[in-house]
Design a protein around this ligand. Structure first.
Ligand code: GRF
Length: 190
């Protein structure tokens, strides 16, 4: 069974979708660690509910990204993690992890990259007036949502659809797609 670590900073609905897919056996993997930079986030609560081990840290307590990433890397090695799955992790990944897990870190973004990278992507796309919304799953590099694209899926906005409705559809798409793509990426790992 391939071992994965999920990194999250917030609500953790994608994390939950991954947990469900594993429980349903549509995703053949084991989440051996949830890493979070936000000690009070709901994703951590979800991890506890599912008895998933966690590693939390407060970045402000470290001199540099390198310092806390060394600690994360130790945890990942100890748990023999094959793939890092970012799910609403609101931090750039630094050199330590990028080098150790080259092409083994993936992220999900709620827009069709390269359009609308960064935060509040759905809102920005909605305000811009785009007609096609979607999600992107991509490898992670040092930039903000700039890594090589693995998969994109999209839908057309309906007439008079509100931002909230669009957000719901985008998140549903994320929850459906991410476990499928994680499975695919894991199968391609050497
Ligand atoms: C998702 O929209 C994801 O695409 C983005 O951050 C959000 C995280 O949501 N990277 P959740 O914490 O998984 O509910």
């Amino acid at each position: 069974m391939k071992k994965i670590a999920v990194f999250a900073s917030g609500f953790g609905s994608n994390f939950e979708a991954i947990i469900e897919a594993i429980e349903n056996q549509t995703l053949k993997a084991e989440i051996v660690l949830l890493v979070s930079d936000k000690p009070n986030c709901y994703a951590l609560e979800r991890a506890h509910q599912h008895c998933i081990e966690t590693f939390t840290f407060n970045p402000k307590e470290y001199q540099s990204k390198k310092e806390y990433e060394v600690l994360i890397a130790q945890q990942l090695e100890k748990k023999e993690v094959s793939l890092i799955v970012l799910a609403g992790y609101m931090r750039l990944i630094g050199d330590i992890l990028l080098e150790k897990y080259s092409n083994k870190i993936i992220n999900i973004h709620p827009a069709l990259l390269p359009a609308f990278p960064g935060t509040h992507a759905i809102e920005k796309a909605y305000e811009y007036g785009v007609k096609i919304f979607g999600i992107t799953i991509h490898y992670v590099d040092a930039g903000i949502d700039t890594g090589n694209i693995i998969e994109q899926t999209c839908f057309k906005i309906k007439e008079n659809e509100t931002l909230e409705e669009v957000e719901r559809r985008v998140h549903t798409l994320e929850h459906q797609s991410y476990p499928i793509i994680i499975e695919k990426v894991l199968n391609q790992l050497v």
